[in-house]
Write a protein that binds this ligand. Structure first.
Ligand SMILES: Cc1ncc(COP(=O)(O)O)c(C=O)c1O
Length: 330
């Protein structure tokens, strides 16, 4: 099914899962981002800046913990949180869908451990719940595979995609098993601009380029280069506020902390690095539920020299931001 925005794909995936199961509940995860429509925000597990002041949100949306090995939330604890939700809040037989990002985007490039996705699949199967992978940010070759869930070898029932799908043209999609996709009645799903021809032509061209220019492999190489640079910066003396470098393929981020023991979030230094980079001509986007992560989303077709230039600017911006705060502290 073709629609226009990522949020619209998410909304339609939920409608399809509800029509198929005849159930109403949906479970999303802490730190998730699923869009800025009311249902998208209800599913989102990050208050600032998305949810504050915009409620009330649609009912029947529940949140379970997403694993975060860096901050000490293991897969076992996350799964226990889900089981607790079923014991304390909602009967699993009322749940139509789980919706999960294989790599959380806005939440801070938190990678779902393989074991977590495998266990979600098992729990979904046990209770007849539709598993939706939201690949709006992680999909379309970004992580070094066409879709993020492929790293875990798990097959979702429905997949949402957008962003890279049409190279920036407004197009999004829901794909899935025919039996589930066909559950909605004729005329129940659609939209004026759904599948508009220009965006579909752009998507066809994008899919050709992903294949012909082997962008999955290229994403992996881009990621290696970014990772190498970031880990070597982080290893230098004075760089202890870089607490973590993570992310598969060309979906790499680094987390800024006050120190590596407390791991207390450092949102002010994060904003500072973004501003320093902007002044030097490099656009960076921060993310993270604690507002202290900087994500790097270079185009998968980026020239190597441009990537190196960007990394040089990034390094200079980090150095400038850290030396400013060091002298302010002194
Ligand atoms: C995982 C995920 N889902 C949904 C969305 C919403 O997409 P859109 O902004 O196109 O509505 C986003 C956007 O960042 C996203 O990252």
């Amino acid at each position: 099914m073709l629609v226009t925005t990522g949020a619209e794909a998410v909304e339609n995936a939920i409608k399809i899962a509800r029509a198929y199961t005849g159930r109403s509940g949906v479970v999303a995860f802490s730190g998730a981002f699923h869009g800025r429509t009311l249902l998208g925000m209800a599913l989102t597990g990050k208050v600032m800046p998305y949810k504050k002041n915009f409620g009330p949100f649609p009912a029947e949306v529940f949140h379970a913990p997403f694993p975060n090995p860096y901050l000490g939330v293991s897969t076992d604890e996350a799964v226990a949180g889900l089981e607790w939700l079923f014991a304390a809040d909602v009967d699993p037989q009322r749940i139509a869908a789980f919706i999960v990002e294989p790599v959380q985007g806005e939440g801070g490039f938190n990678v779902a451990p393989k074991e977590f996705l495998v266990r979600l699949r098992e729990i979904a199967d046990r209770h007849g719940i539709v598993l939706i992978a939201d690949e709006v940010q992680a999909g379309m070759a970004r992580t070094g595979k066409m879709f993020g869930f492929e790293h875990a070898g798990v097959k979702p029932d429905l997949v949402t995609m957008a962003k890279g799908l049409a190279g920036g043209f407004p197009l999004s999609a829901v794909t899935g098993r025919a039996e589930i996709m066909n559950a909605a009645h004729p005329g129940g799903l659609g939209g004026t601009y759904a599948g508009n021809p220009l965006a579909v032509a752009a998507a066809n061209a994008v899919l050709d380029v992903i294949e012909e220019e082997r962008l999955c492999e290229r994403a992996a190489e881009i990621g290696r280069r970014i990772n190498d640079r970031l880990t070597s910066i982080a290893a230098r003396q004075g760089m202890e506020r870089i607490g973590d470098v993570r992310g598969p393929g060309a979906m790499v981020a680094f987390e800024l902390v006050e120190d590596r023991v407390s791991k207390a979030a450092a949102p002010a230094i994060t904003t500072r690095i973004v501003a320093e980079a902007e002044a030097r001509g490099l656009i960076l986007l921060s993310c993270g539920t604690r507002l202290n992560v900087i994500r790097l989303l270079a185009p998968l077709t980026i020239e190597w020299e441009v990537l190196e230039e960007g990394l040089d600017i990034l390094e200079a911006s980090i150095e400038a931001a850290f030396s400013d705060t060091a002298s302010a502290a002194a």
